[in-house]
Design a protein around this ligand. Structure first.
Ligand SMILES: Nc1ncnc2c1ncn2[C@@H]1O[C@H](COP(=O)(O)OP(=O)(O)O)[C@@H](O)[C@H]1O
Ligand SMILES: [Mg+2]
Length: 141
């Protein structure tokens, strides 16, 4: 387990970039942390680690954004996913392979479907309004 402290959105992106440099293709990166904690900001930084310059936003309505690239990056928002049928319809199980990395916002909702080696990223509010405590565990962490 590793803990990082961020004091700005930009710093969260830099921390994400550093973390993702050691996250291999075939991984699932699952976020916990409420609205506005910086999950999407983290994914934005993560894409830089893979040299992927796609535009990143929360997949609130689409449920999944496909950013392409190699590794092939997918970004899910499971906020409205409540059961196995919903989860299957997002493509989660189809996209998970050796050349993909899946980023999952609101992973709380699909916890029982996450692979054993999932990298869990928990983002919590710190002392000041822009402070965040980012805890990474699972996978190689
Ligand atoms: N340290 C920080 N890290 C990330 N975002 C921050 C931070 N401090 C303030 N923010 C703000 O919080 C919001 C995070 O938004 P977003 O990444 O969309 O969150 P989420 O996807 O968790 O709902 C942005 O408006 C951002 O500017
Ligand atoms: Mg988001």
């Amino acid at each position: 387990m590793k803990t990082f402290y961020s004091a700005s959105e930009q710093q969260t992106g830099e921390i994400a970039e550093e973390i993702c440099r050691s996250i291999r293709p075939g991984s699932v990166v699952a976020f916990k942390g409420g609205l506005g904690m910086g999950k999407t900001a983290f994914v934005r930084g993560a894409l830089r680690a893979y040299g992927n310059d796609s535009f990143v936003s929360s997949p609130t309505f689409a449920l999944v954004h496909d950013y392409g690239g190699s590794p092939h990056l997918y970004h899910f928002d499971m906020y409205r996913v409540t059961g196995w049928d919903d989860l299957y319809s997002t493509g989660f199980f189809d996209y998970l392979n050796d050349d993909s990395v899946l980023f999952i916002e609101w992973s709380e909702n699909v916890e029982s479907a996450l692979p054993d080696n999932t990298v869990l990223v928990e983002i919590a509010q710190g002392e000041g309004p822009d402070d965040r405590v980012i805890t990474v565990s699972g996978g190689d962490f």
